[in-house]
Design a protein around this ligand. Structure first.
Ligand code: ADP
Length: 320
């Protein structure tokens, strides 16, 4: 069984309705990808690496992760920290705003829990995924340790995957973010950037420029997302443009990129070719944006994925 690790922060999500009722769930970019990967590909052993607290919400979070069939052995329990929280408010025009309480979250301490034994477990995986948010969350004085661990995973043959997911508020300065992202790209085998991240941070605004930047740092599989526009891939010295079927009924674009990443990586771990992996990534993203929230109902997601997988399988058989 192939094994993937996702390192990041899962947060408590609070949603305030117009009638002032609060509903609660759990979400976080890399966590969302883990959920969608495991739903689409139950045959991939999926593990989430983070730190949580010992409070009731942390316990519920761990339980929710377990219900998604994601392994929680590496969700370390910090004795006196609690998870980050964010609140989503939606105004009368449907415009959403977010408030975060995450500066002192347990997840910031994740590297404190990685000793020799944990590193040896991490080295047994096939793939390791993290994002610019995972990186920003790790405390500054633990970053050197993070880079050392990442290098050891790479040396052990684990494929490293990075999505920059730039969030300016999480960084002291754009220069610091760039410096850290370039370190991340330099250690990555697969990069899954969105053009928007590069526009804001690097002032690069075409897929070609993004690909060139990633290539210059040694990334070998580059997939560039661009909202409803086409996805570009650069693999084995070949650049390709993949058309996306645009969704008319967009309800909430939260976690579109995360769902894409999860389904794409699950496909690659199942040796599905780049073009079909992108089709499955786009189907996952296109389905998620037709529903509210980061994690959509399992049934709706699985139905769309099964349909697409069957279609692609049939096409492949026709071509044999
Ligand atoms: P992020 O969530 O990282 O900002 P993007 O906005 O680039 O990511 O979107 C990620 C993926 O979601 C795209 O590559 C595409 O597959 C899908 N997607 C986004 N918007 C649409 C849309 N309107 N119709 C169909 N697919 C979409």
């Amino acid at each position: 069984m192939k094994k993937i690790l996702f390192l990041g922060e899962c947060m408590v999500e609070l949603r305030l309705s117009t009638s002032n009722a609060l509903s609660q769930s759990f979400a976080g970019d890399v966590y969302n990808s883990a959920v969608y990967l495991k739903r689409a590909f139950p045959n991939v052993h999926t593990s989430f690496v983070t730190a949580i607290g010992s409070d009731a919400l942390s316990n519920n979070m761990q339980h929710t992760v377990t219900l998604e069939q994601i392994e929680t052995q590496m969700m370390f329990v910090h004795p006196d920290k609690a998870p980050g929280i964010y609140l989503i408010e939606t105004d009368d025009e449907g415009e959403r705003s977010f408030t975060y309480w995450r500066n002192d979250s347990a997840a910031k301490k994740v590297m404190d829990f990685i000793g020799e034994a944990e590193q040896a477990t991490l080295e047994k995986a096939d793939m390791f995924m993290f994002s610019g948010i995972s990186l920003a969350v790790i405390e500054e004085n633990s970053r050197d340790k993070f880079w050392t661990v990442l290098q050891s995973l790479k040396d052990a043959g684990v494929q490293i995957v990075f999505d920059p997911n730039y969030r300016p508020k999480l960084w002291d300065s754009p220069a610091k973010a760039k410096e850290q992202f370039d370190k991340a790209f330099a250690l990555s085998d697969i990069a899954l950037p969105g053009i928007e991240d590069f526009e804001v941070l690097y002032d690069l605004n075409s897929a070609e420029q993004v690909i060139k930047h990633c290539l210059s740092l040694g990334v070998s599989e580059i997939i560039v997302k661009n909202g409803p526009q086409s996805v570009f891939s650069f693999v084995d010295s070949k650049q390709e443009e993949h058309t996306i079927i645009s969704v008319d009924n967009v309800v909430d674009t939260t976690s579109a990129g995360d769902a894409f990443n999860g389904a794409y990586l699950g496909s690659r771990l199942n040796d599905i070719n780049i073009a079909d992996s992108i089709k499955l990534g786009a189907t996952a993203a296109g389905t998620v944006i037709q529903h509210k929230g980061a994690i959509i109902p399992k049934q709706n997601f699985n139905h769309a994925m099964t349909e697409k997988m069957t279609e692609l399988n049939n096409k492949r058989q026709d071509n044999v």
